[in-house]
Design a protein around this ligand. Sequence first.
Ligand code: NAP
Length: 503
Amino acid sequence: MGVFGSGLHRLCAVVAAATAGLAARQVRRALKQTSTVELRLDWLRSDGERARFLRWLKKSAPRSAVFLATCRRKEGGGKFSGDVAGELFWLMQAREAGCRWCDVEIETLRRLPNRSVRGYAVPPKVLLSVHDFDRTPAFPRRVAMPDLGEADAVKIAAAAHTIGDSLRLLRLARHSKNFVAVPMGEAGLPARVLALREGSALAYAPVAEATAPGQIAFEEMKHLYRAHQLTRRTRVYGVIGDPIGHSLSPLLHNTGFVARHIDAVYLPFLVHKLRDFLEAVPELGIRGFSVTLPHKQSIRKHLQGCDPLAEAIGAVNTVVVRRDGSLRGSNTDYVGVLRALEKRIKLAGSRVLVFGAGGAARAAAFALHRAGATVVICARREEAARALARAAGGDTVPRRALRTEYFDVIVNATPVGMHPRPGVSPLAANELNCRVVMDLIYRPQQTQLLKMAARRGIVTVSGVEMFLAQGFAQWEVFTGRRAPEAVMRRTILRALAAKESRS
Ligand code: NAP
């Protein structure tokens, strides 16, 4: 057992607010979820608010909770504008208010006589913290406790720009006792989730505003990623892309794992260079991953096996890591288009227009052709349309002909109308001469194109149907079990609705 205990006790909720009232509210929220809470005293906007908050804490907080007081000065990357004496003063007040732990930055320790904090009446347990907001330095194999018993635990928080950076920090957690690893930044996010599994004594997550880059909200850390329950046996999956922050795939897949009680986690990997990620696959124990832009084509040369259809489409969105470490790719975007459309129309013998000639258009064109539809491509670059038509087995049509042509289905495979510019449509109302319109865009769910089609009495299919269907298929490839579709669908629709109401 580590210095902070085991299980949920190692998930530390971060309380950070400008006023005593807000901070108190966050503490109450935090204590409903965990018993370990960091109090960012430096975030309180004045000494008056700090004093008010600590008075409240002394009076109202349960003694069973473990409070870790932090009053980080600006020099150490915090918000406290006072000096070292001021920091120590507030940490001593925190002890008075019942805090058992304090976080003391290395910059503070260096300024103290004998580099020792033990002569001050700060909280009895000291977490010595080292921050590097620019990079992840090279580390020795393990961190030794400083001399004189100066600290009960050591924390290193370092900006991770690559998965390799995060791995260096995780290795340190694996080999050091009483050590807290905090990889910062979006690239460090998966390692933040995996830190506890690798032996970190704590993982931080804010109950409200993020206090460091790449943080995950406490609710997500606990309920979606289940960071405190992950072990070396937990199967690790993920999605690789750049950008990746917007991806709904972690929500989709983890919801499925939770619903089916599968010991697995799915993480968003920000990947600039494929090789950097692929090198980390064995060490992280990754069993499979989804692939999104810009890696869907370039991943192919790293695979030892590929489904012939994905090969023909020229894009892979699903990779399974086999027991011997070899990678096998497939494409479930293809399944997504078909499943979404087949519910509305019999595809065999139908005439379908695919508008656009990019990656998604390619998957759609191959899928529709194989399902027996006559595929017609229209794109702003006619050469691109002709090339796709040749590859997938279809025809092309010039844009000017759309007003007079009739199709059973029109599929929009361009990003026109997508968040954050939702008010536009790729096609005009008089170009929609068809029974069904499908938009591959899923944010917003009801695009301008779909609204226009609905007004003309045309059946509409949102891109969210494709997103869900490709995700269900992918989840089944990963787990070999049937996806719990209803709960996965409900969760995604709710998340999309929340995003839309915020934008
Ligand atoms: P892509 O490879 O970049 O292709 C985009 C296509 O749209 C290209 O043919 C591009 O033409 C065309 N285009 C872009 N702007 C245009 C404009 N203003 N007018 C006419 N054509 C335009 O992108 P993609 O990966 O295929 O993605 C396309 C859309 O599908 C995105 O909105 C994406 O979110 C969505 N998608 C959805 C799912 C799902 O699960 N629902 C899955 C994959 C993709 P040029 O080549 O001339 O630029």
